[in-house]
Design a protein around this ligand. Structure first.
Ligand code: NAD
Ligand code: LMR
Length: 357
């Protein structure tokens, strides 16, 4: 029997990420090839004509899974009944603007859209904030939509996670799909910490540690980290526009894994027959980790990250819920980096509140 359509909101849908994202959603990239969708697209009045153009193209593309399109500048109409909300709309930094000016514009947008989502979205709506400052916008949304459970509000760091996978795959000349369990800790900013200490590559002889295969700690602790941290700026320099197709694709990955589960994503570890992975002797029944991904989620104090921040952690997803992967060892080098990005987020939180007062 055909599934009921899922209503997916994309704010800022007339912008660059929106233009890349809505066809992916309509093709089933986000929710699966058997999941019909109804797209809700929101933008602001100056972009209304462009938004209508996007709607016309969606009709022209004749996507079989697309069961309806709502294109509107009315936030209540946009939020009504949505099951998933991808918040891409925001105010870009313009020449002469201070960081505080951008923060001030965006936190007031996220405060008002929080109320609309809280009042009009479907119960249990899952929210992904993409617009920058993504973690802090998500935090403001959480604070001003107190009836949306905090576990339903997240921000996008999957793009950074995918960038880290891409860098390792290029360096080792292996398939990106064979690399897993990198971690992005913290803020979607240049203080984020891309961590490969638990990352592995699938090889014919089982899973091998990235550190062992790369065998160059100076690169892994230096250039690799800064390349991932500054990849967004490098894209802007090359394209004269910020990343869009990779951001849209990462947003689909984030929601897909959240809703449908991380690959072999168990938060109960399973004892299985060892094939020599992680240098565990072959022939033992041994408990191995599944695949985790990075999501910006509300900190519960795990890994001594202050509670009350939206911070990127490694997570497993199952049955539509995420759980922070627990028990990973954090060395002194990593500890400093986890703390540094947490400090930046605490400062952003204080700045956001000062803008609202
Ligand atoms: P863009 O300027 O092309 O599009 C933004 C759209 O938002 C515009 O159409 C604009 O009219 C609309 N908008 C502005 N205020 C709005 C409001 N109040 N309600 C609804 N829509 C509104 O920008 P883009 O390249 O699509 O990027 C969007 C955001 O995503 C930016 O903040 C960017 O920095 C961020 N971004 C985040 C990541 C990430 O990984 N988290 C990656 C890339 C970009
Ligand atoms: C990115 O990571 O590509 C973006 O967040 C960059 C930006 O500043 O928009």
């Amino acid at each position: 029997m055909a599934k009921d359509p899922v209503r997916v909101l994309v704010t800022g849908a007339a912008g660059q990420i929106g233009y890349a994202l809505v066809p992916m959603i309509a093709r089933g990239v986000m929710l699966g090839a058997d999941q019909p969708v109804i797209l809700h697209m929101l933008d602001i009045p100056p972009a209304a004509e462009a938004l209508n153009g996007v709607k016309m193209e969606l009709v022209d593309a004749a996507f079989p899974l697309l069961k309806g399109v709502v294109a509107t500048t009315d936030v209540v109409e946009a939020c009504t009944g949505v099951n998933i909300a991808v918040m891409v709309g925001g105010f870009p930094r313009k020449e002469g603007m201070e960081r505080k000016d951008v923060m001030s514009k965006n936190v007031s947008i996220y405060k008002s859209q929080a109320s609309a989502l809280e009042k009009h979205a479907a119960a249990n709506c899952k929210v992904l904030v993409v617009a920058n400052p993504a973690n802090t916008n998500a935090l403001i949304l959480k604070e001003f939509a107190p009836s949306i459970p905090e576990k339903n509000i997240s921000c996008l760091t999957r793009l950074d996670h995918n960038r880290a996978l891409g860098q390792i795959s290029e360096r080792l000349n292996v398939q990106v799909s064979d690399v897993k369990n990198v971690i992005i800790w913290g803020n979607h900013s240049s203080t984020q910490y891309p961590d490969v200490n638990h990352a592995t590559v699938r090889t014919p002889a089982g899973e091998k540690a990235v550190r062992e295969l790369v065998a160059d700690d100076a690169w892994l602790n230096g250039e690799f980290i800064t390349t991932v941290q500054q990849r967004g700026a490098a894209i802007i320099k090359a394209r004269k526009l910020s990343s869009a197709l990779s951001a849209a694709s990462a947003a689909c990955d984030h929601i897909r894994d959240w809703v449908l589960g991380t690959p072999e994503g168990t938060w109960v570890s399973m004892g299985v027959y060892s094939d020599g992975s992680y240098n565990v002797p072959a022939g033992l029944i041994y408990s191995f980790p599944g695949t985790w991904v990075s999501m910006g989620v509300y900190s519960d104090g795990s890994y001594n990250v202050p509670a009350g921040l939206i911070y990127s952690f490694p997570v497993y997803c199952q049955n539509g819920e995420w759980k922070i992967v627990q028990g990973l060892s954090i060395d002194e080098f990593s500890r400093k980096k986890l703390d540094l990005t947490a400090e930046e987020l605490s400062e952003e939180k204080a700045l956001a509140y000062s803008c609202l007062s």
